[in-house]
Ligand binder design. Structure first.
Ligand code: AGP
Length: 617
């Protein structure tokens, strides 16, 4: 989704906004633009393309001075990616300027109203309608900018994070949010303020941040501080300043060629950080405050409904297997986008678990609000601290993966599975559906997973060779059974989203009901065939494929012999319990898709048409 960055203070805004873009570029990237005010002139430069294109153009078109600046990287929703539709947008008078992340759903009716009052429009965007609505209110009601924004937003339906300033009052910037994230960084002694979609653009300047809640706005005045108000009724809201626990190094590439590769290699540490303080093997206990405090809700639940999107949905599928297998709690896994509109049956005896890396995915957020409105208890599993979903849920547990910048989710997936596994084990213990020895063995094995992930990562060079053989494939199938069926889906998604090769994941047994027709000597098939679980059945699936000349890449347990004889290539992973095997079998699939995409010269961290968090539906 779009990225917004802003600054008001004593420094030049241009370099801060541009560097901030780089930290946010993973959010959205089909055009970029900036507005600067230097006390005299309001200068705007915007262009289709990347931040680098904007820099090039700024060099030619504007002087980069000015202590107030707002900028935007765009992921088009209304209006194709081009110069005119890129942000910032100006009001008809040229006095007011805006950047916006989100969608104004009723923009067309507002636009017709404004046209009937003589307003004209350069672009096809909903955002240009909003800034002219604000201008119109300001004129009609003769109110200050902050008040005009508040009144205008009460006429708007949709999602937004905006920053607006008036060149006639440059010491003030007005920001507001509903549905899209917005953080404000507060400089030492409040002599400068930073605005951004998340904290990464201002982390190097300050660790003091205010996260705006939904339906809140703030007037930021240079040398005078911030006033936060409710958009609905303009009532004042106490300003809650948080100290950020994030450091810059965490959001740099750390010597890796891509964020994705760095994040794949960070998984041993991320999984350890995720179970630290929660998995206490010596005491043979699992401690998770969010679960402990709501144990009754979980134990009395009729069922658990898991809602999520994309990779998080795949983690939810793995959770279905482990919650039902170990804790004997019925689980349903739902695509949030379908669940929110399907008029689902939800009761107060249901527990809903919402899984989201970014904590900002619009469909998941909406599914949460729906379930809450029906009285269900909602538990969140998020990676971004302070994100909307983390704040919207009744309770939750963070995955401690650290910032995930590569659009293709990797360490968030394995840390989500780690949190959900800890929850299932805790509930199984509480319900007595797992024996003490089984419980202890799971704790022991889970504690050994980071080391085993390190071992699995050592296959990187073999995987690169296999990637080179299949990089020009046009299709690929991924097969798994049981706990590894969701991993097959995840492997296919990774290949699709970064290499643009069509791929599908299937339960291995489902092959005979159709997909087997696709198999010939040009079709690579990745088969997860680890020892535990349904090994013999998967071996017979491999024989079926073999007899149709399919090319088999087997993900096998170290020391496997049988599949090695049948498959064209094997990638070994260390042995573990079947219920924990997704944490290992995922690793070679992440690396395979990574190397194929790199060999195909794809933009691995920012694949086309994709964004890291999808804040519009
Ligand atoms: C995964 O690689 C993708 N980036 C995407 O499918 C992602 O998992 C999905 O958009 C959900 O995002 P979330 O976990 O931040 O809610």
């Amino acid at each position: 989704m779009c990225g917004i960055v802003g600054y008001i203070g004593h420094r030049d805004a241009y370099p801060i906004v541009i560097e901030g873009f780089r930290r946010l570029e993973y959010r959205g990237y089909d055009s970029a633009g900036i507005a600067l005010f230097d006390g005299t002139d309001l200068k705007i430069c915007k262009t289709k393309g990347k931040v680098a294109d904007l820099e090039e153009r700024s060099d030619k078109e504007i002087t980069k001075t000015g202590n107030v600046g707002i900028g935007h990287t765009r992921w088009a929703t209304h209006g194709v990616p081009n110069d005119v539709n890129s942000h910032p947008h100006l009001s008809n008078s040229g006095d007011l300027v805006i950047i916006h992340n989100g969608i104004i759903e009723n923009y067309d009716s507002l636009k017709q109203e404004l046209i009937s009052r003589g307003y004209t429009f350069q672009s096809d965007t909903d955002t240009e309608v909003l800034i002219n609505l604000i201008e119109d209110v300001k004129k009609q009601e003769n109110v200050k900018l902050g008040h005009a924004v508040q009144i205008a937003l009460n006429q708007v339906i949709g999602a937004y994070a905006i920053a607006v300033f008036d060149k006639n009052k440059p010491e003030e910037v007005v920001v507001a949010r509903l549905g899209s994230p917005l953080a404000i960084g507060i400089g030492e002694n409040e002599d400068e303020f930073f605005i951004a979609s998340d904290a990464s653009p201002f982390l190097e300047y300050t660790k003091n941040a205010v996260y705006l809640e939904d339906e809140e706005m703030a007037v930021i005045r240079f040398h005078k501080g911030i006033k936060v108000r409710k958009i609905k009724d303009d009532s004042l809201v106490p300003t809650y300043v948080q100290e950020l626990q994030l450091n810059l190094e965490q959001i740099e590439k750390g010597g890796y060629e891509h964020f994705m590769l760095k994040e794949i290699h960070e998984q041993p540490k991320a999984i350890t950080d995720t179970y630290r303080g929660r998995l206490l093997r010596n005491e043979a206990i699992i401690k998770m405050a969010g679960v402990e405090d709501n144990m009754k809700k979980f134990l009395n639940a009729n069922r658990i409904i898991i809602v999520a999107c994309g990779t998080s949905w795949h983690a939810g599928l793995v959770a279905e297997y482990i919650f039902e297998d170990l804790a004997r709690i019925p689980v349903e896994v739902e695509y949030a986008s379908e669940f929110r509109y399907r008029n689902p049956v939800i009761t107060e005896n249901d527990v809903l678990i919402a899984i989201s890396q970014s904590g900002e995915t619009a469909d998941t957020l909406a599914a949460i609000k729906l379930a809450k409105s029906k009285g269900a208890f909602v538990f969140g599993v998020c990676n971004v601290v302070g994100s909307s979903i983390a704040r919207e849920t009744h309770a939750g547990a963070y995955t401690h993966a650290g910032p995930e910048i590569g659009v293709a989710s990797t360490k968030a997936f394995t840390t989500q599975i780690t949190v959900l596994t800890l929850m299932a084990l805790r509930l199984a213990r509480a319900k007595g559906t797992i024996s003490s020895s089984d419980f202890r063995q799971h704790l022991l094995e889970l504690e050994m997973i980071p080391k085993k992930v390190e071992k699995a990562l050592e296959s990187d060079s073999i995987i690169k060779q296999i990637a080179d053989i299949y990089k020009n494939s046009t299709n690929c199938l991924y097969l798994g059974r049981g706990y590894n069926f969701p991993v097959a889906l995840e492997g296919a998604l990774k290949l699709k989203e970064i290499s643009y090769i069509h791929a599908e994941g299937y339960p291995a047994a489902e092959m005979k009901h159709g997909p087997i027709a696709l198999i010939d000597e040009n079709m690579p098939i990745v088969v997860i065939a680890t020892k535990k679980g349904h090994y013999e059945k998967v071996v017979s699936n491999i024989q079926e494929i073999k007899s149709r000349k399919g090319k088999i890449i087997g993900i096998v347990t170290e020391g496997d012999v049988q599949v090695k004889e049948l498959a064209d290539h094997v990638i070994e992973v260390p042995e573990t319990l079947e219920s924990l095997s997704p944490l290992l079998t995922t690793i070679p699939l992440q690396l395979l898709s990574y190397h194929i995409a790199v060999l195909l010269n794809k933009n691995v961290d920012q694949p086309r048409n994709l964004a890291k968090s999808v804040t519009v539906e």
